[in-house]
Design a protein around this ligand. Structure first.
Ligand code: GA4
Length: 337
């Protein structure tokens, strides 16, 4: 007989949980999530449709070399397999560096450990992140990966004006390509969560709590472990089947504002798996700090439509975002009254 000690349960009491799938949640059964083949001549209109319907889609034939992905993945696995003492040398995440369970600084605690980096050359904190082992090799692989994924993300963003037949083609991608682009990169490691604990609470442990991403787009890749869920327009959760050979794109808050709400910044979350480790790598493509974020008439459904948001700079948005909890609606502050 297994005797459960009270402290075991208490140790996890601060981690969020959610109900097991209910009849109102969609368990993936078919081709619900749009799959965009970047070599398809129709990709531009399909991307626009996916940004409107889901704010989320999968990209195949993306051109990112598999070696670029697997090399970084194996270095990342090595890092997360280090002892806690070694990993802590790269932390705490403030906001960049190694973080364990705490996300942001306002009380969010989930079943994840991570490395978070900025790609913004103006922020120097990162130089102080100590990666144990061959740090130069690690940074080289991170840079190679970010460059490849940023290029692919820009190709995706350039298909939007192409499909809308507007100029310039780089109206969105220029923000990510800008040398001052305030983008970031996250490596998430979700250890298997004790089956016992799930059984005890009868609920799923949350790996990464529900939220929307602040930036323009996010480009995510994960290993073959499930867990990612997106929220549909009706509020139900849809489980996304993993695909380690493809990328998943999220529309972020900034693109929702620039399209005056036409494109959806998708709410998403990750559930912990009781048996398998999940590893994900996410590039968050953001604007330069001084960039003005406002609805652009060329991206709206109806050119003269009522503006839903006041103009703000990316720096203003970030300042307020860091005061919020993960699940908060960060755009409500900028909505027109
Ligand atoms: C959510 C998306 C990205 O992971 C992130 C997160 C950031 C962090 O982990 O430092 C934030 C979160 C994210 C939004 C609100 C604030 C900031 C944690 C948090 C509670 C890197 C980002 O850009 O915004």
């Amino acid at each position: 007989m297994v005797v459960l000690s009270q402290p075991l349960v208490e140790n996890f009491s601060h981690i969020k949980t959610c109900k097991h799938n209910t009849s109102t949640d969609h368990v993936y059964t078919g081709n619900i999530i749009p799959v965009i083949d970047l070599l398809d001549p129709e990709a531009n209109t399909l991307i626009i449709k996916a940004c409107q319907e889901f704010g989320f889609f999968k990209v195949v034939n993306h051109g990112v070399p598999i070696e670029t992905i697997t090399k970084l993945e194996s270095e990342t696995v090595k890092f997360f397999n280090l002892s806690q003492i070694e990993k802590d040398k790269a932390g705490p995440a403030n906001p960049f560096g190694y973080g364990n369970k705490r996300i942001g600084s306002n009380g969010d605690v989930d079943w994840v450990e991570y490395l978070l980096f900025t790609t913004n050359p103006e922020l120097t904190h990162q130089k102080s992140i100590t990666i144990p082992g061959n740090a130069l090799h690690f940074w080289a692989l991170v840079n190679e990966y970010i460059n490849a994924v940023r290029n692919m993300g820009c190709m995706v963003l350039e298909k939007i004006p192409e499909g809308l037949r507007i100029e310039p083609k780089n109206v969105l991608s220029r923000m990510l390509r800008d040398e001052k682009s305030d983008s970031c990169f996250r490596l998430n490691h979700y250890p298997p969560c004790p089956e016992l604990l799930q059984a005890l609470s009868g609920r799923n442990l949350i790996g990464f709590g529900e939220h929307t991403d602040p930036q323009v787009i996010s480009v995510a890749r994960s290993n073959n472990t499930s867990g990612l869920q997106i929220s549909l327009k009706d509020g139900t959760w849809l489980s996304v089947p993993p695909d380690p050979f493809s990328f998943f794109i999220n529309v972020g808050d900034s693109l929702q504002v620039m399209s005056n709400g036409r494109f959806r910044s998708v709410r998403h979350r990750v559930l912990a798996d009781s048996l398998k480790t999940r590893l994900s790598m996410i590039y968050f493509g953001g604007p330069p700090l001084s960039e003005k974020i406002a609805p652009l008439s060329c991206l709206m459904e109806e050119p003269g439509e009522e503006l839903l948001y006041n103009e703000f700079t990316w720096s203003e948005y970030k300042k307020s975002a860091y005061k919020t909890r993960l699940g908060d609606n960060r755009l409500s502050l900028f909505e027109k009254g």
